[in-house]
Design a protein around this ligand. Structure first.
Ligand code: BTN
Length: 265
């Protein structure tokens, strides 16, 4: 099937020198994160990728379940970034930027970004990023950068819990896409972005800004046990949400956007 997935198809599509060159592609697993973490322990290489056609126990942010049926791209990438833990936010931002840019290149869908690491089309979520790190002292010894992307999932396959908030590239564009090609475009973007991700957040912030679905809009953000009404201003160099609250600029490192009131730009 042209829209399917195999290690051969991925290698055929890839134009990288490192990311995705070592790849474990499976039909089914509990979670690609677990396999990637195991591979890290066995000494798996930087840029090594685990992709599954379907996950039985996909995990999302904040301990949520991640629906992972056939037709999606469920992918985890191994990295050994020479970064201090304080810079970990850049990994998620980089993966999200690579995900959105790669998906746009492969499918022409209007994929945008919503802080902290969501890929969106309009107001609906098409994908998400989850980063797990292994830390030694104040440094990141290894990281697993994961992306879930609803590529060829028909709208009817979204369960009641996410039916109104989730979308797929298929639903947005009206056609199926090659999952191997989407994965390859994302890995190419990630490889190209990697040196600047390791240096600073400047290029990331600029690239995020071009796809930012929140910037300039009024938000309600849950920060700890507080609900903050604010104006979104983009992201900070460490992947924080940049806000203006009561006329004062703030950077928020952890929180959840609960509502967006669109302003005419
Ligand atoms: C989110 O909550 O937005 C992040 C979702 C991350 C899902 C991906 S799919 C591949 C990898 N394996 C998992 O179990 N989760 C991540």
């Amino acid at each position: 099937m042209a829209s399917g997935l195999s290690a051969e198809l991925l290698q055929h599509e890839l134009r990288t020198s490192l990311f995705g060159r070592a790849a474990r592609v499976l039909q089914e697993t509990d979670s690609t994160i677990d396999l990637a973490r195991e591979w890290v322990r066995e000494g798996g290489p930087e840029g090594g990728v685990v992709i599954a056609a379907r996950q039985r126990k996909g995990r999302g942010r904040l301990g949520r379940q991640w629906l992972s049926p056939m037709g999606g791209l469920w992918m985890s990438v191994i990295a050994r970034p020479p970064l201090q833990i304080a810079a970990a936010g850049r990994l998620g931002v980089g993966m999200a930027v690579a995900g959105a840019e790669g998906a746009r290149e492969a499918t022409d869908a209007a994929v945008g970004l919503k802080w902290p690491n969501d890929l969106v089309i309009g107001e609906k979520k098409v994908g998400g990023v989850l980063v797990e790190t292994e830390v030694v002292g104040d440094r990141i010894a290894a990281a697993v950068l994961s992306l879930g992307l609803n590529v060829n999932i028909p709208s009817a396959a979204f369960g009641g819990g996410v039916r109104d908030t989730a979308i797929s590239l298929l639903a947005a564009t009206g056609r199926e896409h090659s999952i191997a090609a989407v994965a390859a475009r994302i890995l190419e973007r990630l490889e190209a972005l990697w040196p600047s991700m390791m240096e600073s957040g400047t290029e990331l912030r600029q690239r995020w800004g071009k796809l930012d679905a929140l910037c300039g809009h009024e938000l309600e953000v849950a920060v700890g046990d507080q609900m903050v009404q604010c104006l979104a201003m983009g992201i900070g160099l460490g992947g924080e949400l940049a806000l203006v609250v009561n006329g004062e600029a703030r950077l928020v490192t952890a929180g959840e956007v609960r509502s967006v009131r669109r302003r005419l730009r």
